[in-house]
Design a binder for this molecule. Structure first.
Ligand code: ZN
Length: 97
C-alpha cells in the first residue's frame, strides 16, 4: 500500500474522533494534528504506519479521548467519542476521571 493510501486512512481515522491533519512538518514524515472543533494543535502523527495500524491505535486511545485525557482542552474529542459510542465513553469517564 502506498504512503498516500495510509495517509488517507490516517486522515479518515482521526476525522472520526474530531481531529484534522494539518500541514506536513519534518519533510512530510509528520503531520500536525488540529482539533476540528477549535483549530488548536493537539499533536503530531507520523505517516510511517502500516495499513490498519491507525484504527487499532485510535481504538486503544478511545477511552482516553472519551475521558478528556487525550485531545483538545475544548472537549471536542470527548464529545465525538460520546457520539461514536456513548456507553463506552460513559464507562471510560467513570473509570478514568
Ligand atoms: Zn479544540
Amino acid at each position: 500500500m502506498a504512503t498516500t493510501d495510509v495517509l488517507s486512512e490516517i486522515r479518515a481515522a482521526y476525522a472520526r474522533i474530531g481531529i484534522e491533519l494539518g500541514a506536513p512538518v519534518a519533510y512530510g514524515t509528520y503531520y500536525r494534528l488540529r482539533c476540528a472543533g477549535c483549530g488548536g494543535t493537539v499533536g503530531n502523527v507520523g505517516d510511517r504506519l502500516l495499513p490498519g495500524m491507525i484504527d487499532a491505535l485510535l481504538d486503544d486511545s478511545f477511552d482516553l479521548y472519551a475521558a478528556g485525557l487525550l485531545g483538545c482542552a475544548c472537549g471536542h474529542q470527548a464529545a465525538r467519542a460520546e457520539a461514536l459510542d456513548a456507553p463506552r465513553a460513559a464507562a471510560a469517564r467513570a473509570r478514568l476521571t
